[in-house]
Design a protein around this ligand. Structure first.
Ligand code: NAP
Length: 295
């Protein structure tokens, strides 16, 4: 199976501290034209990783992108430590289910933000110690050009949200690490609720790229914003090892045949999905595990 990071393999970054510093670093299938949903693809040999023999192809294909991203975000970039509290946005989503599992694995305390009781149950199943339903905070989302009244309502909601985090975590402290990816709508709350010296680690901005937040909440309490993008080969191998040895479980919830790939995208766009989705490309049926079955 493949991880999706490509680098030049030749430069000092690739051969030194961190290949993610390579000027030619690209995410395969996202920043390269040789991507997914194709019968054949062009990959680098360093992208190949062992597949769990007992796992189906579709389940094996489902986890690397989000697991390895969450691994780098929490372990190597935010340097999450045992006993720390973590706020995980989208806790029943692809990134979120892995973030909760990784946090639990190292003895941290993940609280998942979700938008329905079903998703709360899913997040708990994958390690969240508590959940917050963001629908209980209708004024929480940031929207551009807000009026002073709207801003005050949002700040009040953020304070209540911070208290809900403590209740869900079972502590009197807020998050030491915030696992960010929704972006514009949630980022001001993430900065606001993080503890003193807290880290907000971010890999995406699904709701909008222009982030607006009160920087006093950052500097006065000495918080850090950390950018993160996928993971390098060694992080991917370490993360994959956790699947191979059964520590981390993939969270695939649906498999779509080739003809229904648009439906998979539609479900994702409308946030009807949970965990990870897989699509069959060349395989005629689900449940196959070896090369001889599909050749
Ligand atoms: N940079 C990288 O290397 C990298 C790698 C992987 C993914 N990503 C990006 O990260 C993002 C998330 O990926 P994913 O695989 O976890 O997606 P996903 O499975 O669709 O999960 C995203 C979650 O975000 C939550 N969400 C949706 N709208 C929200 C809103 N307005 N406010 C707060 N939460 C909201 C949803 O949970 P609830 O509705 O339950 O709250 C959903 O479960 C995507 O933009 C993806 O492209 C980046």
């Amino acid at each position: 199976m493949l991880h999706c990071n490509q680098t030049c393999g030749e430069c000092p970054s690739c051969n030194g501290y961190d290949p993610m510093g390579c000027e030619n670093q690209r995410i395969w299938g996202y920043e390269t034209p040789y991507g997914s949903f194709a019968q054949f693809t062009l990959a680098q040999s360093q992208q190949l990783m062992p597949k769990a023999p007992a796992m189906t192809w579709e389940e094996s294909a489902s986890y690397a992108l989000d697991l390895c991203t969450a691994y780098r975000m929490l372990i190597d970039r935010a340097k999450l430590r045992p006993g720390e509290n973590v706020l995980v946005w989208g806790g029943a989503g692809g990134l979120g289910t892995f973030a909760c599992q990784l946090a639990r694995m190292i003895g941290a305390i993940p609280v998942a933000v979700v938008s329905s009781p079903d998703k709360a149950e899913m997040a708990r199943k994958f390690g969240a110690v508590g959940t917050i339903n963001r629908k209980d905070f209708p004024n929480l989302a940031y929207t551009p050009n807000e009026t002073p009244e709207r801003k005050k309502a949002r700040l009040d909601a953020a304070k209540a949200f911070g208290k809900a985090f403590m209740t869900a975590a079972g502590t009197s402290r807020g998050p030491d690490v915030v696992f960010e990816h929704p972006g514009q709508e949630t980022f001001p709350t993430s900065v606001f609720v993080a503890n003193r010296l807290g880290r907000i680690v971010i890999c995406a901005a699904t709701t909008g790229f222009d982030l607006n937040f009160d920087v006093r909440h950052l500097w006065m309490r000495q918080k850090t914003i950390v950018g993160s993008h996928f993971a390098h080969a060694e992080e991917c191998w370490r993360a994959n090892e956790l699947v191979l040895n059964g520590t981390i479980k993939p969270c695939m919830t649906a498999v779509y045949p080739y003809a229904e790939i648009p439906r998979a995208h539609d479900d994702m766009m409308h946030n009807r999905h949970m965990g990870k989705l897989s699509c069959l490309v060349s395989a005629a049926r689900t449940g196959q595990k070896t090369l001889s079955e599909i050749v």
